[in-house]
Design a protein. Structure first.
Length: 77
């Protein structure tokens, strides 16, 4: 069935009334970037993020912060 052009116009008119004409481009831009980020995360295109996480993990292991947090957790138990 789908949406007819008159229904699309009514939806756009309602959005303009709710948010104002000046905020619609901003909302569309943020919605588009959110969809892009979701697709990027879903496809697993986050190889740069994994490299950064590995660096943080290596730095944390070097200064003993992980071991000290494990000791604190075992003391509380």
């Amino acid at each position: 069935m789908g949406l007819k052009w008159t229904e699309i116009l009514l939806i756009l008119f309602a959005l303009m009334l709710l948010f104002g004409a000046s905020r619609l481009p901003q909302l569309g831009s943020s919605l588009g970037s959110a969809i892009r980020n979701f697709k990027k995360g879903f496809t697993g295109d986050g190889s740069d993020d994994k490299a950064e996480d590995d660096k943080k993990l290596a730095q944390g292991a070097g200064d003993g912060s992980i071991a000290s947090s494990d000791k604190a957790a075992s003391k509380q138990s």
